[in-house]
Design a protein around this ligand. Structure first.
Ligand code: HEM
Length: 142
């Protein structure tokens, strides 16, 4: 099980996320570009116009990040989001791919500020969110 990020890690995530909000279109554009470069087969899961999706993803990330130390308190919301993803054909193995695509985009955008500590904090955050979103799928595995 992925550990809950420490308060220091949450602080790093908040600072890093605040920088994303300085130019949100750029990071979400680069992030999905990275994802589709690494996994072109996943492109067809998404709509051809990604404008709304980019916004929705960032809004969801903002919400989840705001409660990352107590995701269990948002169990219903996370379960519904996970369920929607399951129905769209998203499986647990896609989450690390998405995580790495996001982290690569961030690291390019935030350059020197993107320290190893920041990278570890984001990685943990994505692993935890993925674990919670896919909890029911993982339970299905015998
Ligand atoms: C941190 C993890 C993730 C978050 C926060 C997230 C968030 C979201 C949100 C908020 C939506 C919009 C749902 C709606 O319209 O009701 C969405 C849609 C979608 N997500 Fe994710 N997602 C995550 C991981 C993934 C992964 C790993 C994949 C796999 C490639 C994925 C693929 C999709 C697809 C295909 C859609 C539907 C787009 C559409 O047809 O409108 N997501 N996601």
């Amino acid at each position: 099980m992925t550990p809950v990020p420490s308060s220091e890690q949450v602080q790093l995530l908040r600072v890093s996320f605040a920088k994303i909000l300085g130019n949100p279109k750029h990071i979400t554009f680069e992030f999905y570009e990275n994802l589709f470069r690494v996994r072109p087969d996943l492109r067809s899961l998404f709509p051809s116009d990604m404008t709304e999706q980019r916004k929705k993803f960032l809004d969801a990330l903002r919400m989840l990040l705001g409660a990352v130390q107590r995701l269990d308190s948002m169990e219903g919301t996370v379960r519904v989001l996970g369920e929607r993803h399951r129905k769209m054909g998203v499986c647990p193995a896609y989450f690390p791919v998405l995580r790495d695509a996001f982290i690569a985009a961030l690291s390019e955008e935030q350059c020197d500020d993107f320290t190893e500590e920041v990278r570890v904090a984001w990685s943990l955050c994505f692993d935890l969110i993925g674990e919670k979103m896919m909890a029911e799928t993982l339970q299905d595995v015998p």
